[in-house]
Design a protein around this ligand. Structure first.
Ligand code: TYM
Length: 328
């Protein structure tokens, strides 16, 4: 059975972008693949985190995985920091990477631009991500469009290791949705919807209450026209809202365009809000139950136990090939 691995950072509220771009595919893939889904807390600290908030968010993201439909009986759900092999293999890959290739990463450029001092962790972030994926010899990595470049670097690092030290790592492929790989911000159709945007009106958080969702969608930027038409170049905002609609209502873009033909944006936005509310309502209910039960700690503990043997064996093989004297 092919292996799937992905991760989400516990840094801020998860958004509809995370759900449509990544989590929805996690839920689908668990039926047909051996799946590893991780809360990447070691990545979250590449920007400063309040300790109490990091703990809360780590638990919250794990609970959202389950609430969204990931079944811990089918997929391993764990926290990255519970499996120390991630940090160790991450270091090995850091030593195989070049400044130039890390400097080219657009996520690094975005997060560091205009800052007076930039953390080293942010710079070497992709080498830890490569370790996450290669540690399990994952075949497929479901992610949104913004992680494509990190995946390419992961493939390069795996190939570099294999060439230098002998065949060790599987070269993974990205798994990116055709529609919804890049859900855009509600206030600017040229920017990605992001949990780190300081304006909460720019994103829909998975845990936003229904009235907040309605308000955010009614205020979402559109354009001066009135045609509900999918045209990302000419109509980025409306096209983005149509992508969200398509996912939440399970309709095609053509059907949506036909339904609102000649009606302007008012009715379209009102219905869109109701579809988003209906999509998130069961998830929010399950989330409240899971957090209330405290079971997430057991799920994470079991998850880390399940994956550790695979992780430790890959790390051992990598260290042996690199020439480390292994303890006997
Ligand atoms: P993160 O935490 O920023 O985002 C988690 C996942 O959500 C996707 N995503 C989006 N998809 C569509 N539209 C959007 N607006 C949107 N915003 C976010 C991301 O592409 C991602 O799939 N580096 C990763 C975390 C990571 C990881 C890994 C992923 C660490 N190790 C190993 C895969 C495999 C990140 O920052 O994702």
């Amino acid at each position: 059975m092919k292996r799937v691995l992905s991760g989400i950072q516990p840094s801020g509220q998860l958004t509809l972008g995370n759900y449509i771009g990544a989590i929805q595919n996690f839920v689908k893939l668990q039926e047909t693949h051996e799946c590893y889904f991780m809360v990447v807390d070691l990545h979250a600290i590449t920007v400063p985190q309040e300790p109490a908030a990091l703990r809360e968010q780590t638990e919250s993201v794990a609970a959202l995985f389950i609430a969204a439909g990931i079944d811990p009986a089918k997929a391993s759900v764990f926290a990255q920091s519970h499996v120390p092999a991630h940090a160790e293999l991450g270091w090995l890959f850091t030593t195989l990477s070049y400044m130039g290739e890390l400097e080219r990463m657009t996520q690094f450029k975005d997060k560091s631009s205009g800052k007076e001092s930039v953390g080293t962790g942010l710079f070497v972030y992709p080498t830890l991500m490569a370790a996450d994926i290669l540690l399990y010899n994952a075949d497929l990595v479901p992610v949104g469009d913004d992680q494509k470049q990190h995946l390419e670097l992961t493939r390069d690092l795996a190939q570099r290791f294999n060439q230098r030290f002998g065949d060790t790592f599987t070269i993974p492929d990205p798994y990116i949705p055709k529609v919804g790989a890049r859900i855009m911000s509600l206030d600017d159709g040229t920017k990605k919807m992001s949990k780190s945007n300081p304006n909460p009106g720019s994103y829909i958080a998975l845990l936003d209450p229904p009235d907040v969702i309605r308000k955010k969608i009614s205020r979402a930027t559109t354009d001066s026209g009135r045609e509900v038409r999918f045209d990302p170049a000419e109509k980025p905002e409306v096209s983005n809202l149509m992508s969200i609609y398509a996912h939440c209502a399970d309709m095609t873009l053509d059907d949506i365009a036909a339904r609102y033909d000649g009606q302007g944006y008012g009715a379209f936005k009102k219905d869109l809000a109701e579809h988003v509310v209906a999509k998130l309502e069961p998830l929010q209910r399950r989330y409240a139950d899971i957090r209330g039960s405290g079971e997430i700690h057991d799920i994470l503990k079991r998850g880390a136990e399940q994956v550790s043997a695979v992780a430790n064996e890959t790390l051992r093989a990598a260290k042996e090939r690199m020439g480390f004297l292994l303890p006997r």
